[in-house]
Design a protein. Sequence first.
Length: 430
Amino acid sequence: MLLCAAAWGQKFIDDVVLSLANSTEGIYAKGDTIIIFAESAEMKDAVFQVYINGKVLEKYPATIPAGKSEVFRAVYDEPTALMLRVNNPENKDDNTMIGAIVAPEEFQPGFEEPADFKAFWDNELKKMRKMKMKAKLTPVEAPERDRGKIECWHLDINCIGGAPVSAYLAIPVDAKPGTLPICISLHSAGKITKPTVRSNLKMAVKMAKYGGGAIGLDINAIGMRDDADESYYEELQKSIGGYASQLITTHDEYFFHGMFLRLARALDYLCSRPEWDGKRVMVTGGSQGGAQSAAIAGLDSRVTHVVVRVPAMWDMGGKLADRSSAWPKPLERNKDNPEAAKLAAYYDGSNFMRYFTGKLYVNVGLIDTTCPPASVWSVFNVCPAASKEIHACPWLGHGKYSLPAEKGKEVKRGMDRRMEDACKTFMLEE
């Protein structure tokens, strides 16, 4: 008999904690036994769903005993991304999850690199650079605690594609020529009406503090104004807010085409500044920010360091390899458009990262259904970086942790700290 709703007390995520045996990051070799435990204060009826490579393999009812008990065991002999979802039987949205991955080093992207991939983007950059650069710097006041230490501006640069570079720039006061690395912060996607989608002055200042001082930039992905009234963002949301789900028809009309070229435009400007040391360029971001990081790292060999978390657009062709594709899942959204697969490959993180030879750091979530772990690993695997490091979290989805609140905060702090340490370490290198 299923328990009535009143007997459940807290949400499942607070009442039931899932854990893995013999692995802190959820990474296993082929032939290893994956054991999942559930710890609950009281006996609970539940519905278990097992996902393999993003697809539901089985669904069944089960009882979770009070205390800590084994609830799942399996062995896989091929590369496998596993996710176990445990639901309240009366409310599928009340759940807790955990993930594991087997032989991730063997995953490969669904898309092959188009034969003219590099030639195409080289030509697009050439067209962009034919437009004379016009950069406008508008001074803005630094955050209070950084006044007198960091100079700040809003930066606007013209670019092909109909939208300009729009960003905040921050540089230490009295920086000497040839002494600073470049650190660029890139934005995830979201509703255009949300302030988090706009360029962030504080983040630019944070970038400017790396490496003992840097040329810091935080650029919005949309090419929109950062100082407009709310009606401007509301109208923009109506007109282009669904850019991620648009049908792919031509390169020029695909929103990410202009987005990626704006990154190249911004980097051209930053590298022209006298403070740049001529050696170090780091890009960092999560989700769509990870997609942009891959794009500019592949487009411009001046990028030396990439630090990303749950990167989007890394293996958008996952469907072709019989697994879930990465956001924005263009093949799934363009089912009746055979040209989509051809065009989407030119924007896939795998094909950009094949050209990155610097240093790479990645955080990945093993229950992320937006940017699936197998897809992220497939791109990591084809990247010929001089050094590369990837860390997984079994409870991390696309930014949220499937753990009780305090435990989730603790695990998040650990993942964030690793990423922050990577940024700091990279920018101290000569």
